[in-house]
Design a protein around this ligand. Structure first.
Ligand code: CAA
Length: 703
């Protein structure tokens, strides 16, 4: 966040109307100075005998987008946002909130405490606190049900979704939508008012107590069923909405304050807030200080397989013109079918209208002619993961791409330096490592190698942001994990699991332990889903690390043709198209025989042993990536793990988790495990350094 403005609130006058104007870029967050400024301006405006009405408005891109989240870990300062909202609501003269941009969280609460609300046509409103593991803590849980009833209020607060101004008008959240000049129309609106209208006195949505309570109770049961009885913030939101009916406003506000503080103190909220800032920190590339992104209008993708088609869809959905190049007519047709299927499904599920689907497809050009690439500003190579194939394709791309175009390869583990060299234009070339399914997964690692120019890196970053995706910079050097953060960690994760498999654990047991930790799927379920042949091909093409044990179980399965879901048989057996298989007894038998051949006496692993070993392996791999400069900061690793591999977001990521245990305890636990696999559990220098200096990974985030 930029340095807070010294005087972020101004009081202006237009005749008998007082205007309180907030200016605290970039999103007018309601930090302490802003709250003090609004309170002082309000008191002055009310005290002025010539004031008939007061408008609260904001300069810049938005009405406040919420409380200042960074202040949540600091000593509270008065007035709190709740106190400010009460002050606004209790003002003796009418207060109008003139809102625009993304009026979120505390910003919407301030608007709801105002007596009237006028919004621009494209204002978006919402209470996204649930995404931070908290609830609206400045009266939102009490005022929203009073304004729009319990059902819609619960929808908004439990989903965290934004609603548009026309919908807000329809449901009674705003009073008027302005056509052009928000400030001017707000002044005209204010001149016609003659009385304050406190939201807390509005009982129209509280009169039918039985229906109200039925909504509350049904929602409470639904949450318990779907999320469990410990779903803190969702259940507290329901309690607060119940209190809005049962208690006078002051009691409701007290209950809300206590609930907010309980949520704020939770580990989950700390994790979710860390994840929020980690994503934004990850997108800050040093190259962006040097250059601005070049304009990208047309994107070309070479290769229309699952990955290439997914990238094409993501680009179309974000309004880019897309050229997709495939080999021969059949390749073109298959890619068209894949993309067409996505649009059909999206239309059938109501996510897109037919018109939107048709409009997106008009921007797609499918071709088998490579020379069309010379129209593109950014070209992404997404052919199969084979070095020779990619290198020869990149050489052809380098020959036809127009001057200034950025060339990206979607390789996930091949040598990026060498691939960039094969284009003949290494400075124009970067890595863009999308995660499957690329039309859904929000993560893209931007691979930066020695010869890449700042311009191509920043243009690649700009493209990823324009897709609405989360960008993480990986300084790819051909080292550990062949560079990318996600792959290096995944390799360590799988290796730790395979070692336990060899020593006595079973795939279902390991998967179950990781699901209990919070992953959606365990490592062997993921292996079955992605196909054992993919990981096999990779193992074959990567040199073995002499410090690591080589576990051959997966190779033996490939030899049997048990490739996972695609052959209906992998670590699990899949029948009748079911995506959740049952444990494959043949694999368990094969593992037992394999251990016997190697003279390994199986031993028992508790779920805790499994989880600890895997998490230590992940953290250690993360520390290595930091030491090698592949990852710039620990929170980048957290972002990759959350978005790329489904690490539970409420935990903030593995590096945040490691800090909770402390690096020194982690290092000492690993010294016990290092003899089992020195590569996986031999402490990385960064971890040892942190342990010795009694520091945490968070200290490296600040650097
Ligand atoms: N507090 C502090 N900083 C915030 C912030 C907030 N509420 N919202 C955004 N920022 C910061 C971001 O960290 C970022 O800072 P840097 O430039 O230093 O990285 C900057 O504002 C711009 O944010 P984005 O990069 O996210 O910009 P965007 O245009 O893509 O998105 C946004 C804008 C939709 C407002 C998005 O930032 C967002 O969703 N913010 C969070 C909104 C939110 O959760 N509000 C509720 C807060 S909790 C609350 O209000 C509780 C209460 O009741 C008391």
């Amino acid at each position: 966040m930029k340095q807070a403005q010294k005087h972020p609130v101004r009081l202006e006058r237009q005749g008998n109307i007082a205007l309180i104007v907030i200016e605290n870029p970039p999103v007018n967050a309601l930090g302490a100075a802003v709250r003090r400024g609004i309170a002082a301006a309000l008191n002055a405006a009310v005290a002025h005998e010539k004031t008939d009405a007061i408008i609260i408005a904001a300069n810049g891109r938005t009405f406040p987008a919420g409380a200042d989240i960074r202040e949540f870990d600091m000593e509270p300062q008065e007035p709190s946002l709740g106190q400010l909202c009460s002050l606004v609501e209790n003002a003796s003269k009418p207060v109008i909130a003139a809102i625009h941009g993304t009026t979120l969280g505390g910003g919407l609460e301030l608007a709801m405490a105002s007596h009237y609300r006028i919004a621009t046509q494209n204002t978006r409103m919402g209470l996204p606190e649930i995404h931070l593991g908290i609830l609206p803590g400045a009266g939102g849980t009490q005022r929203l049900p009073r304004l729009i009833g319990p059902e819609l209020a619960l929808d908004i607060m439990l989903s965290g979704n934004q609603i548009s101004a026309p919908i807000a008008l329809e449901i009674g959240l705003v009073d008027q939508i302005c056509e052009e000049d928000l400030r001017g129309e707000a002044v005209t609106y204010a001149r016609a008012l003659n009385a304050a209208r406190p939201t807390s006195l509005n009982r129209s949505n509280l009169v039918d107590g039985a229906t109200y309570m039925a909504s509350v109770n049904a929602r409470r049961e639904k949450i318990k069923l779907e999320l469990g009885a410990n779903a803190l913030a969702p259940l507290k939101i329901v309690d607060c909405v119940e209190a809005a009916l049962l208690l006078p406003i002051d009691g409701g506000l007290d209950l809300e304050r206590a609930a907010f503080e309980d949520c704020l103190a939770s580990r989950e909220s700390a994790g979710l807030r860390h994840a929020f800032f980690a994503e934004r920190a990850a997108a800050k590339f040093p190259e962006a200080a040097e250059v601005k992104p070049a304009q990208v209008d047309r994107v070309a993708i070479v290769g229309g397989g699952l990955m290439g088609s997914g990238i094409a869809i993501a680009a179309l959905q974000s309004g880019f013109a897309v050229t997709l190049v495939e080999q021969g007519e059949s390749g073109v047709n298959e890619a068209l079918e894949r993309i067409g299927e996505f649009y059909e499904r999206s239309i059938a599920k109501g996510r897109l209208s037919e018109a939107q689907g048709a409009a997106a497809l008009t921007h797609l050009q499918l071709t088998n002619k490579l020379d069309t690439l010379n129209e593109a500003d950014l070209i992404i190579e997404a052919v199969a993961e084979d070095f020779d194939l990619k290198a020869s394709m990149l050489a052809e791309i380098g020959a036809v791409a127009k001057a200034g175009a950025v060339i990206a390869t979607n390789t996930s583990y091949l040598d990026l330096d060498a691939l960039a060299g094969s284009t003949g234009r290494p400075s124009d070339t970067i890595g863009l490592h999308f995660f499957a399914p690329a039309q859904v997964n929000k993560l893209v690692e931007v691979g930066v190698h020695d010869a890449a120019s700042a311009q191509s890196v920043v243009t690649g970053l700009g493209f990823v942001k324009a897709l609405g995706k989360v960008a993480v910079r990986a300084r790819v050097s051909g080292g550990f994990g062949a560079g990318y953060i996600g792959n290096a960690i995944l390799t360590a994760y799988r290796q730790a699991a395979d070692i336990m498999l060899e020593d006595g654990a079973t795939p279902p047991q390991i998967d179950g332990a990781m699901r209990a930790f919070g992953f959606q799927l365990g490592p062997y379920q993921v292996a079955d889903m992605s196909g054992l042949d993919i990981a096999y091909a990779r193992r074959q093409s990567t040199p073995r690390d002499g410090n690591s044990r080589y576990v051959e179980i997966a190779d033996n399965m490939v030899a049997q043709g048990w490739l996972g879901q695609k052959t209906n048989r992998g670590y699990y057996i899949y029948t009748d198209g079911h995506r959740h298989g049952v444990p494959n007894g043949d694999v368990l038998k094969m593992i037992a025989e394999y251990r016997a051949q190697k003279g390994i006496t199986p031993r028992k692993f508790s779920d805790r042993d499994i989880r600890d070993r895997i998490l230590l392996a992940i953290v250690n791999a993360g520390a290595r990536l930091l030491g090698e400069g592949v990852a710039a900061r620990p929170s980048d690793i957290d972002t990759v793990m959350i978005h790329g591999f489904g690490y539970p977001r409420g935990r903030g990521g593995p590096m945040m988790d490691a800090d909770a245990t402390t690096p020194s305890i982690i290092a000492s636990r690993m010294s016990v495990l290092a003899h089992e696999d020195a590569n996986i559990w031999g402490a990385a220098p960064v971890l040892t350094m942190l342990a010795q200096e009694r520091q945490r990974f968070a200290d490296l985030n600040k650097a």
